[in-house]
Design a protein around this ligand. Structure first.
Ligand code: ADP
Ligand code: MG
Length: 135
């Protein structure tokens, strides 16, 4: 399904909508360039999961964890260069956590995009206010 969004709010609404279909245990991979709206989408998803804290980009931390109706593990591998860089992260624990949705930005930086378990959502910059989101 392909959607054009014309504002950050519309992208958040898509994320919020997806949250309503989640039960925990899902792995969602967001694929697209810098500024294509991935983190914005996660902010809406977090709202849909009833997470009260503000969702910030985890780029510099790699991982941010939130509690809500379901917990959210928000991972961002932009700064990593290879699967070896995942060594310090308890990925099995994160992926196996109960009542938790795992969302990853830049899974391709660490070779995690090749798994089949994850739902992939693609983001494309169209123009300043428009993004194409394919899920
Ligand atoms: P990414 O995580 O993919 O690097 P961000 O979500 O952090 O991207 O940033 C997207 C930027 O684009 C934000 O500054 C946001 O305000 C802006 N923007 C403009 N139009 C849209 C849109 N339709 N959807 C999402 N973000 C948009
Ligand atoms: Mg981001």
């Amino acid at each position: 399904m392909e959607t054009l969004t014309n504002s950050p709010e519309e992208t958040k609404a898509l994320g919020k909508n997806l949250a309503g279909n989640l039960a925990g245990g899902e792995i969602i991979q967001l694929i697209g360039d810098l500024g294509s709206g991935k983190t914005t989408f996660v902010q809406g998803l977090g709202e849909g999961l009833e997470i009260k804290r503000k969702i910030l980009s985890p780029t510099f931390l790699i991982r941010r964890s939130y509690r809500g109706r379901l917990n959210l593990e928000h991972l961002d591998f932009y700064r990593l260069n290879s699967p070896l860089d995942l060594a310090g992260l308890d990925l099995d624990d994160i992926l196996g956590a109960p009542k938790t949705v795992v969302v990853m930005e830049w899974p391709e930086r660490v070779g995690l995009d090749r798994g089949e378990k994850a739902k992939k959502i693609y983001f494309e910059y169209v123009d300043e206010n428009t993004r194409k989101i394919t899920q």
